[in-house]
Design a protein around this ligand. Structure first.
Ligand code: 5GP
Ligand code: ZN
Length: 144
């Protein structure tokens, strides 16, 4: 996609600090890292949403992302890493070429995900699960 900044990185039109590349995926340093070494793993083919990435490519993204997380721990003495993917603007996706963030973490790195925990109303959870499970099964059966 010609106007996409990450497609331009893949084609070499825009420079990036490449960490890993193969036939399916490219990994490069995020220009504004949460911690140093924060890396993005992207499919070489343009997909806006993670949901349209072929299973083999999505699997490679996850595998490469977690191996980069391990390498960051081993080489730079981080304690852990987060894998994060924002799918859609409301979820925080800014660059509309799907990408997996690999964020190296330290026990005292001072960064906290703003995570909240709501509570289902009494008896609401099983029905919610049933409705969602049926929708997932139907969509997967249709190949959507
Ligand atoms: P999002 O919010 O879409 O999940 O994350 C987009 C990420 O892409 C941000 O963390 C941002 O720092 C990174 N980013 C945006 N433009 C560029 C760029 O031109 N080069 C690199 N290396 N990273 C970028
Ligand atoms: Zn793209």
């Amino acid at each position: 996609m010609s106007s996409c900044i990450f497609c331009k990185i893949i084609s070499g039109e825009i420079p990036a600090a490449k960490i890993y590349e193969d036939d399916l995926v490219l990994a490069f340093l995020d220009i504004g890292p949460i911690n140093f070494g924060h890396t993005l793993v992207i499919p070489k083919e343009h997909h806006e949403s993670s949901s349209t990435i072929p299973e083999a490519v999505a699997g490679r993204m996850f595998h490469v992302g977690s191996r980069i997380g391990i390498a960051l721990k081993r080489k730079f003495e981080y304690d852990a890493f987060n894998l994060h993917l924002a799918d859609g603007t409301a979820a925080g996706q800014v660059v509309m070429h799907a990408h997996l963030h690999v964020v190296p973490r330290g026990v005292e790195d001072g960064f906290r995900w703003n995570w909240r925990q709501l509570a289902y109303k009494e008896g609401e959870l099983p029905a919610f699960a049933e409705e969602l499970a049926a929708k997932v099964a139907a969509d997967l059966a249709k190949g959507e």
